[in-house]
Every structure is written in C-alpha cells, then in structure tokens.
Design a protein around this ligand. Structure first.
Ligand code: BG6
Length: 507
C-alpha cells in the first residue's frame, strides 16, 4: 500500500476546504429560509475560516433598504440562529462585504445596479468576478430573475472566473412545470453551473448512508430481497405549517417532502455502489435507481393522504390545518402523505419501500428502517419467541443522529425466552465534532463548485414522474382524511400497511 502525504493529495477529503475569492447574491432575503438558515450558514462558514477574507454578500429584495439596514437583518438572524458562537471580529469582516440592492425581480434598473455593485466588489474586495446567485424565491420568479441576469451580462463569467445559480425547491409543481423550469435555466446557465438544493443531502447522517453501506463488510450482504422484508422511510414533524401558509397551501406534503427529500433518501438507500465517490458516478447510480422505481397498480390501497385536525402538540392544544392563518377553509392540501414504491430490479424484487411524511405528528423524527425477514428456521418453541420481532437496521437521520440495530437476545433467567434488544450507535457519543448544518455544507460546495450533493435535472424530473400519477389519483379522490394533531396520521395509512401484514414503526 502506498502512503500519500495528505497535504499534497488533492483527493484527500479530510482537508478543510476553503472557498477561493467569491461572493454570494441572495434573492429572497426577507423569507424564513434566508433568515433562519442561509444567513446564519454564511456566518458559520466565515467563523470556521472557510470563506475567503474578501467574501461579499449581496441582498436583493423589494425593500427600501440601505446596506446598513440589510446588514442589521443579517446581524439579527446570525445572533438568533447561527450554530457557532458570535465573534465580533468575524462579524466585522463579513460586514465590510455586505451590500443591498433594492428592486423587483423584473426591474432592469435594479439589475443594472446589481451589476455595478458586483463590479465594485470585484475591485474593492477582490471577488474576482466569481459570484453565485441564490434563488431563495418562489419558482414563479425564477424566469424573471435569470432573464434579467442574462440581459445584464451577469450570468456570463469572464475568462478564469465563474458564475453559478442555486435554486431552492419546489422545483416545479409536476413533471411538465419542472421541465419548463429546466428549460429556462438551461437557456442561461450551463448544467454544471446550476446547483439544485435538496438540503437533506447536506445532512451528515444522510451522507453517512453511503459510508455505512459501502465502507463496511457487514451490511451490504444483507441489503437485498433475500434478507430485507421491507423498508420504511419516515420524515415526521411535530410542528404545523407555522407562518408558511402562502407556500404550503396548494403544495402539500408529497410535493414538499416526498418528491425531493424522501426520494433522494430512497435513492441512496437502494442504489448500487458507485464506481467512485464523485458527482458523475453518484448521480448516475441515483438516477438509475429512480428510473427503476415503479408504483403499485392500486394507488387507492397503497397510498394515504391526510390533513391535521385540531389536537395536541407538546402538551398544548393546537388548531387544525383549516383553522391556520392564511389557509383556505376549503383547502384540500394534504399535510400527511404515505406511498408504497417498488424497485424493478433483481436486488429489490418484491421488497416494498414505504415512504411517509407529515406535519403535526407525534414527534419530530427522520429515519430509514431496513426491516429484515425472519430467520428461516427457529429451533425455539413458539412461546420462547413470542416477543421476538423482526431484525432491523435503522439509520436515525435526526434529531437523535445515529444508528440502531435491533435483534433478538435471550432474556436473563432459567427459561429460554427471546426478546428484541437494540444496539445503538450515537454520533454524539463517538465523535467530538458537532455536525455542521446542511446549508453550511451545501453553500460551501456551491462556492467551491463541487456538485456531488446536488441532484441534477434528470433526477428531479424522474421524481416528478414517479409522483405525478399519485397526485392525479388524489386529485380525483377529493378531500384528504383528517387526523388529530399529535397522532401518527390518518387511519388509511395504518390500513395501507395492515393489508400487507405489516405495521409502521412508532419511532
Ligand atoms: C423543508 C420543507 O424542505 O424541510 C419543510 O419545505 C420542512 O416543510 C423542512 O419543515 C424540514 O427540514 P429539517 O431539516 O428540519 O428536517
């Protein structure tokens, strides 16, 4: 085995990766995402020494603000939401590169000002013409913004520099609208300059799925239809829709979460081993898996859709979805969605993947549970194994990050009694470093031009292709089924698994 000096090896992924000279232009600075996630992530990166000294942050919005007003907004959001401690010297350095451009997304004069602002930053801060445009705005405005960027020469990079565009979800409403968006973007930016955010891919535990599967000898031999009975992927939230009525009503749980986060999780869990850990190989395997996914024929029996009614959350009485501020009283938007999927390949033939997500459920938890078949033969009496369930490998994505392996063990005592026990790996117990926020990782990757964690257009379109027939079937069905806040969803979700002789996990 040859030894390589890590200081010299460009492929060594352990080295801190520091972005070169560059700036970030943020559209949608008044939104929740910018305030709670993006601005704090920029500060956290600066605090960890991962941004260049001349880094600039330009805000663009329809507000009558000066640079200082925007800086104050960034300051407050950092103070409230940043992960790392507030350090005055880091803030002062960041502050010097903060600018604000007021204007509408279709206002040519504002984009002219943006161009001049960027030129000024290139000169005074040394950003060298390298800028990323982050569209944290409703997709209806993507077209306006990228057209203006193109018209004002902002999308085009000069020799030796780069321009990139970052798009937030929802990436379309269905396959047709996703294709339209792709065309709009492709008309202005090359595919390798487009970074589609799925923030789940930035989570440490999600990336660790590949480490668990492909860095070890003990899981992959079981990871197939010979041993796996079924897979459950759950993303449950205890919160309601909060202040996001405008975004959520008409979108719903399936478009908000299944189309992106859960299908990406499923792709990572079920795909084949990539030939290398690079963007091309990874995306190719995910894409191959997504294109092998098939829906069962009876969507009425194999999917479930619910809407939370009044109930309880954290010991408090909470309103139902239809009573939330800003929601239409007749809204048919689902806040719970569950679907059954199959993968048409040899590895997964006959193994159902159950995906579910919902708001106002029992607790906040995201996990992937690979539930194994029972041992083919038991030399024990039926009474001894009454409390033995199925073995399971559970990847706990959040909040209690880690992994659980469930198996049967003898209960201490003179009789032979076998019961389920858990073997736990907890991130916090094994590593001293805390995990960075997903957005820190993803923003840094954009600035470094590293695409492995960003789904490409084919993946997004395939995901819509999977979901579109389900959405159409639900549309025909009418209203979603109510479930009381604080429970685990509608009855139809229980029936959906009961029909297959299975039950959902209660994490
Ligand atoms: C977002 C969804 O993508 O993910 C939200 O739009 C959801 O509805 C959020 O609340 C959950 O993210 P996380 O990282 O807290 O699991």
């Amino acid at each position: 085995m040859s030894w390589t000096n890590p200081l010299r090896d460009p492929a060594d992924r352990r080295l801190p990766r520091v972005a070169g000279p560059c700036g970030l232009v943020l559209f949608g600075v008044t939104g929740d995402l910018s305030r709670k996630k993006l601005m704090p992530a920029v500060y956290d990166l600066a605090n960890r020494g991962l941004l260049p000294p001349g880094f600039s942050l330009v805000g663009f919005a329809r507000r009558d603000w000066a640079d200082q007003d925007f800086a104050q907004i960034v300051h407050d959001s950092v103070k409230e939401h940043a992960r790392t401690e507030f350090r005055e010297e880091v803030w002062q350095q960041l502050l010097e590169g903060i600018r604000f451009v007021p204007g509408n997304f279709d206002d040519p004069a504002a984009f002219d000002t943006l161009r001049r602002t960027i030129e000024e930053l290139d000169e005074t801060r040394g950003t060298d013409g390298n800028h990323a445009f982050y569209l944290a705005i409703p997709p209806g405005f993507f077209g306006d913004v990228v057209t203006q960027l193109e018209r004002h020469g902002l999308a085009e990079a000069k020799e030796g520099s780069w321009r990139r565009v970052v798009v937030e979800k929802p990436f379309g409403h269905d396959l047709a609208s996703a294709r339209e968006l792709d065309e709009v973007l492709a008309g202005v930016f090359s595919e390798d300059s487009v970074f589609r955010i799925d923030h789940y891919l930035g989570k440490e535990t999600v990336q660790s799925i590949l480490a668990i599967r492909f860095a070890n000898a003990m899981f992959e031999p079981l990871w197939n239809a010979n041993y796996v009975d079924h897979v459950q992927i759950t993303m449950a939230e205890d919160v309601g829709i909060g202040g996001r009525a405008g975004y959520y009503d008409g979108i719903g749980a399936a478009r908000d979460v299944i189309q992106n986060h859960l299908l990406q999780l499923m792709a990572l869990v079920a795909m084949e081993e990539p030939t290398a850990f690079d963007a091309h190989s990874l995306r190719q395997e995910k894409q191959k898996l997504l294109s092998s996914i098939v829906l069962p024929r009876r969507l009425d029996l194999t999917t479930a859709r619910g809407q939370y009614a009044a109930g309880w959350a954290g010991g408090e009485k909470v309103a139902g979805f239809l009573e939330e501020e800003g929601i239409r009283r007749t809204s048919r938007t689902e806040t719970f969605a569950a679907i059954t999927l199959h993968v048409a390949n040899r590895r997964w033939a006959g193994v159902p993947f159950y995906l579910r997500t919902g708001k106002r459920l029992g607790r906040r938890v995201t996990e992937v549970a690979v539930v194994l078949k029972r041992a083919p033969h038991q030399p024990f009496s039926a009474a001894s194994t009454e409390e033995l369930g199925q073995n399971a490998i559970v990847i706990r994505v959040q909040p209690d990050e880690g992994m659980t392996v469930r198996f049967g063990s003898k209960v201490p005592g003179t009789a032979m009694e076998i019961r389920d026990v858990n073997m736990d790996f907890v991130y916090g117990g094994s590593f001293t470093e805390t995990s960075p926020e997903a957005y820190e990782r993803l923003i840094l990757d954009v600035l470094l031009g590293e695409p492995p964690l960003f789904p490409r257009s084919e993946e997004v379109e395939l995901s819509w292709q999977i979901l579109d027939p389900v959405l159409a079937a639900w549309e025909r069905k009418g209203k979603p089924e109510p479930y009381p806040a604080g429970t685990w969803g509608p009855e139809s979700a229980e029936k959906m698994l009961a029909r297959d002789g299975r039950t959902w996990r209660r994490p």
